[in-house]
Design a protein around this ligand. Structure first.
Ligand code: ZN
Length: 203
């Protein structure tokens, strides 16, 4: 399986990183070694001094597809989850300055903790899903899929022009504004609506 991450999919987040708004979805990949087994701790890596959380809704692909038409895209997933796109912001800044690829800041081990999934049918509107992250009991980031620049269906259609989607592939659909650093001993808890779905402790 592969993990596809959408960048700059919320206008307010693009603004906070001084990035221009994309005319088309921007995506990058993380390898399967980014997954952090559920409820296991994340160990702060030595190569960065600024690991940041990006809380994102995640869709899980349920059938093989290529050149998926937007009108059929909703049939390619039936579960929605929540994950953290951990980013070594200090390394990312260097990569951006030098125009280098992002693997060292986005694709390191355990950089994609993933929570439990829920049936998408519990939501009446895919473009109105609330989610948030708490650190040590305090809400630090909040988002709603209505603020996405590109919808789930647009993302699926776009990415599948280039890459065949396979069963079990994950798409991290971008982070809203409010990203920030984590530190050792932080307790991260992510929710869709009021449902607690992801727990990560930083060690
Ligand atoms: Zn992200």
């Amino acid at each position: 399986m592969k993990i596809i991450c959408i960048g700059r999919n919320y206008a307010e987040h693009a603004k906070e990183l001084n990035s221009p708004l994309p005319a088309e979805p921007v995506f990058f990949l993380k390898p399967d070694t980014c997954l952090l087994p559920r409820n296991q701790a994340f160990f702060y890596p030595e190569f960065s001094k600024d690991i940041q959380y990006e809380t994102e809704l995640v869709i899980k692909i349920n059938k093989v597809g290529k050149h998926i038409q937007p009108k059929f895209a909703h049939t390619y997933y039936d579960e929605i989850g929540i994950g953290i796109d951990f980013t070594a912001r200090d390394l990312q800044q260097k990569c951006k300055e030098k125009g280098l690829p992002w693997e060292i800041c986005k694709a390191f081990d355990n950089a994609a903790p993933l929570g439990k999934f829920v049936d998408k049918n519990i939501f009446s509107d895919m473009q109105n899903i609330d989610f948030h992250l708490e650190i040590n009991g305090k809400t630090v980031q909040q988002g709603n899929s209505k603020d996405m620049i590109f919808s789930f269906d647009t993302i699926i259609a776009y990415v599948s022009q280039f890459i065949t989607l396979k069963i079990g592939d994950l798409i991290f659909t971008g982070t809203p504004a409010g990203v920030g650093p984590v530190k050792i001993n932080d307790q991260l808890r992510a929710f869709i609506g009021e449902e607690f779905l992801l727990k990560v402790d930083v060690r």
